[in-house]
Design a protein around this ligand. Sequence first.
Ligand code: NI
Length: 228
Amino acid sequence: MLRLVRLLALLLVLLLGGTWAFAWVTRAPGESLGDAFAGRLALLFGTAPTGGANLGGLQLPQGLSLGGAFTLVDQTGRTVTERDFAGRWMLVYFGYTYCPDVCPTELGTIAAAVDSLGPLAEKLVPALVTIDPQRDTPAQLADYVSRFHPRMIGLTGSPEQVAEAARRYRVYFSRVNRAEAGDYLMDHSSFVYLVGPDGRVRSLFRPEASPDDIAAAVRIQLTRAAGA
Ligand code: NI
């Protein structure tokens, strides 16, 4: 029993220590270490930062801003930037059309969330940003996203444009060659981002968040924005 208590205490110390170190590394310029620590703890446990209302999903720690400017190419071949979506909300997912499992699941979740929002969804653009621009041409994306939702858009671009967009959302991706199959997979992080009318991420959702979780958060944020 005592051993179990010691083990749990050790785990707690490691967890808090790790979070502290993470806060130290990722804190914004001018942000106090205490604030950064509280923010990273909130992210870890999926709660709103102290004093904030529960807006659904994971709130970004204070001082951490994701999203912003990008230049990409949509599924019709048109070059688009964040300004083309100004004033609209987006549900953004970074993935790729050759993904064997996780991407289809997450895109299905986004499509279901959009459908469950009814008329509110008209203010919302569901989007897949590929992290595999080499294979995901506009035509390839057009075909793929239409299988999930008629309003879903696909965004690709040059490798540099895609890497820059991924960097702004802190999306991790890496190519994994499969010698035996003569092709490759993309290893990638798998969050769903709710992006506000200013192009900044308002909430993010862990992989395997349900359509209801996402729809609830979108409803809270859009209603709040409309009432403010
Ligand atoms: Ni994937």
